[in-house]
Structures are given as structure tokens and as C-alpha cells.
Design a protein around this ligand. Structure first.
Ligand code: FNR
Length: 407
């Protein structure tokens, strides 16, 4: 029967257990998608459109689930995706996630908007876990420059530039709840740059509407605060405290202007990847601009509602990339068989977002370890029952897509 937490035998159990351990504001912030939430739902449902074609009589007594990422061995082709403000789920926040990842040999993505500094997370992983810094490239380059230099120094292997947030998606529960980071937490990666007077102890401004970041900055500037300055045209850049709601969105980002700059800043210590690719056209541009890898993502359905499920976007991206750089995917992965299906459709690796937050809410580090254990065991069993002994052998012939009626 093995070693089980009988209350929590799969990620669905974990989600339910976590539900009761989070306050409404946190639960809504973590779980919701943009607008009606249909893309969030489709990310999950897309996995049900595929069935596995198992092969038999193949001696599956030895299964190797390991893979490599940024030159490191990873226990399974699964990483913990960067999600903001993890101390909302558990007081140890990102440190608990880092400890769990280290123990399980799993890559960790750290959000720019973490509630723990990147140095503290790197120290916890102690060079064992290849860390990725998720980057929101700010309009005020000086802040981003500093953050990149610190990540290099701390030994991060890569940056994932998030490219699906020129504006923040509309998340209605967040607005209704007037979501903000409680005053005892800080957005630690920028805490040293805070303007004490404006930031106070509160890392996150309440989100009172869904205006683009620079529009709300304009509003602040109008009020006569020191929050904004014009750059010669009509644009106003936010200069107050760095918060998720004022700084995550940057509508000016472009391939030509920003990717080359970022590569120069990160080179040679850190690889530059783009996170948030959803089409073959952009995959080809990513190749053209020589990024080192891409993550097919729609931000867990939190940005453009109505966008394609990530599993449905994956095949065209894989086809466009032709194996030239790694293709990862995230969104809706809740079972080891989902990992198998994503890899069969051509992904090299998958990332999970919300399940890690649920693990944190359930039992801190232990809960994240449990989440990783469940997914890893399910993935291993799936490989064995499908007749595959090596991750590299998982391929298209193991899947069939069923039609809309379910047959
Ligand atoms: C995210 N995600 C995210 N992405 C990013 O690039 N920077 C960030 O700060 C955050 N923050 C964040 C917070 C929360 C609460 C969630 C749920 C997600 C997106 C994340 O990296 C990933 O793309 C999705 O979470 C993947 O979908 P699943 O696994 O949650 O379905």
C-alpha cells in the first residue's frame, strides 16, 4: 500500500484540503482566472480530449523518470512554476517551496513578486536546485537591471521573461475583494528599493479597478503625488513603490527593443527564455531572436480569457520550433497522466502553478513535497502502464485525440 497521506491521495484532494485553509481573499486570488474563467477551465479540460495508447509486454521493471534542465538533473520533467506572494498560503512561503524542491530534486521558478528575496531562496536551494527567476521587465530599466545582477550573483540559471502581461487581465474576484498584500508581508525582491514614506509596510496597493498600470499611475500623478513622470510624450511611468498592480504590466515590451537588451544583461551566466508563447508565429520569432527556450503558457488562464488552452496551443508551437530549443508548457496539469500527455505532444518539460500553492496552504514544505510526490508517482506509474521506460521515448504514438462527442 506504500506510504500515503490518507487524506490526500491526489491533487483534487489537495485542492479541497487547501480550500479550507485559506481565507477568501487568498483563495480567490490564487484560484481565479480572468473574466468568466473559461480559459482556466479549458486548460484543465484539454487533457481529457486525449487518451493514452498503452503498449504491453515491454519489461517495465526499470523506469527512468529523470530529465535535464539548464544542465541539471531533475527527478521528473516537472518544475514548480513561479507564482507571486506565496507567504499568503503559508508563513514560510517561497522558502518552504524551495526546501521541498531541493528535497525532491525539482526546478523552481521564483516570481519577481515573491514575498521572499531571491538571495534567501537561492541560499535555501544551495546550488542543488536550478533556480529560474521569472522576470517582469519594468519600464524603469534601473530596477530590472539591479534585479538581474542580483540573480546572476545568487547563481540563478535562467530568467523567464513573462510576455503575456502587457496589461493585467481582468480578475473580477480580485477587484471585488479589493485584493492587497497584508501589511506584514513585503514584495521582498524590491524591499530595499522601497520608498518608505509611500510604501509603508504594505507591499501591495489595493486594486480598485482594472485600469492599465500606466493609467493608474497617471491618476496618481494627477493627484499631485510623486508617483509618476512623463517620458516626453503622453506616457507616464510609475515611480512609487514597486507593487504587482503598478509594475507587473508593461505595454511597451517588444521583441526588437527588449529581448536583445535582456540577453545582453543576462549573458553569459543566465539563459533568457520567454514565458507566455501561444502561437507558431511567436515561436518562430522567439527562434529568430535566439532565446534559449520557451514556455507555452497563458498564465494559468489569468490573462486573456478566451485564449486557447495551452495543451491545444502546444502542437503548433512544437511544430514551429522543430526541436531547435526546448519547449515547456504549463497550465492545468493536475495528474501524472497530464504530464505524460504534454510530453507526448512534444513538450520537453512541464511546470505546475496552483498545485504548489495548495500544497503550501495544506502543510507548508511538507504539503509541496506531497504534491510533488503525488505527481511524480502518478507519472512513473503512467509511464510503466503505457509501456515506456525513458522520458525521451514518450511520443505522439502514445496518444489519440477523441472527437467532441467523447468517442
Ligand atoms: C501565477 N503565475 C505567474 N506567472 C508569472 O510569470 N509571474 C507571476 O508572478 C505569476 N504569479 C501567479 C500567481 C498565481 C496566484 C497564479 C495561480 C499564477 C502564472 C504561473 O506561473 C503559471 O503560468 C500558471 O500558474 C500555470 O497554471 P496552473 O498550473 O496554475 O494551472
Amino acid at each position: 500500500q506504500g506510504d500515503h497521506d490518507l487524506n490526500c491521495l491526489n491533487i483534487d484532494d489537495l485542492e479541497k484540503l487547501a480550500y479550507t485553509r485559506m481565507d477568501k481573499m487568498t483563495r480567490d486570488y490564487y484560484n481565479e482566472g480572468a473574466d468568466s474563467g473559461s480559459t482556466l477551465l479549458e486548460n484543465l479540460k484539454a487533457y481529457e480530449k486525449y487518451r493514452i495508447r498503452p503498449r504491453v509486454l515491454r519489461d517495465v521493471s526499470i523506469i527512468v523518470t529523470t530529465t535535464t534542465i539548464f544542465g541539471h538533473k531533475n527527478a521528473v520533467p516537472i518544475g514548480v512554476a513561479p507564482t507571486a506572494m506565496q507567504r499568503l498560503a503559508h508563513s514560510d512561503g517561497e522558502l518552504a517551496t524551495a526546501r521541498a524542491c531541493k528535497k525532491k530534486g525539482i526546478a523552481m521558478g521564483l516570481s519577481s513578486f515573491a514575498t521572499t528575496s531571491l538571495e534567501d531562496v537561492a541560499k535555501e536551494c544551495d546550488g542543488v536546485v536550478p533556480n529560474v527567476l521569472q522576470l517582469y521587465l519594468f519600464e524603469e530599466r534601473a530596477h530590472s537591471k539591479k534585479l538581474i545582477a542580483r540573480a546572476k550573483k545568487a547563481g540563478f540559471k535562467a530568467v523567464f521573461l513573462t510576455v503575456d502581461t502587457p496589461y493585467l487581465g481582468r480578475r473580477n474576484a480580485e477587484i471585488k475583494n479589493q485584493f492587497k498584500l497584508p501589511s506584514h508581508f513585503k514584495i521582498e525582491n524590491f524591499a530595499c528599493e522601497e520608498d518608505d514614506e509611500e510604501q509603508g509596510a504594505d507591499g501591495g496597493n489595493p486594486r480598485t479597478d482594472n485600469l492599465p498600470a500606466n493609467t493608474s499611475a497617471k491618476r496618481k500623478a494627477k493627484k499631485g503625488s510623486k508617483a509618476g513622470y512623463t517620458d516626453g510624450e503622453s506616457r507616464v511611468l510609475p515611480t512609487g513603490p514597486i507593487t504587482f498592480h503598478t509594475h507587473a504590466a508593461n505595454p511597451t515590451l517588444s521583441w526588437e527593443k527588449d529581448i536583445e537588451w535582456l540577453k545582453q544583461e543576462c549573458c553569459p551566466e543566465m539563459e533568457v527564455w520567454v514565458k507566455g508563447i501561444a502561437t507558431a508565429e511567436d515561436a518562430i520569432l522567439a527562434l529568430h531572436h535566439q532565446v534559449r527556450g520557451i514556455v507555452v503558457s497563458n498564465h494559468g488562464g489569468r490573462q486573456l480569457n478566451g485564449a486557447l488552452a495551452t495543451l491545444d496551443a502546444l502542437p503548433e508551437v512544437v511544430e514551429a520550433i522543430q526541436g531547435k530549443i526546448p519547449v515547456h508548457v504549463d497550465g492545468g496539469i493536475r495528474h501524472g497522466t497530464d504530464v505524460f500527455k504534454a510530453l507526448a505532444l512534444g513538450a520537453d518539460f512541464v511546470w505546475v502553478g496552483r498545485p504548489a500553492l495548495w500544497g503550501l496552504a495544506y502543510k507548508g514544505q511538507e504539503g509541496v513535497e506531497l504534491m510533488l510526490k503525488l505527481l511524480s508517482e502518478e507519472f512513473r506509474l503512467c509511464m510503466a502502464l503505457a509501456g515506456v521506460t525513458k522520458v525521451q521515448d514518450i511520443a505522439k504514438e502514445y496518444l489519440v485525440k477523441i472527437d467532441k462527442s467523447g468517442f
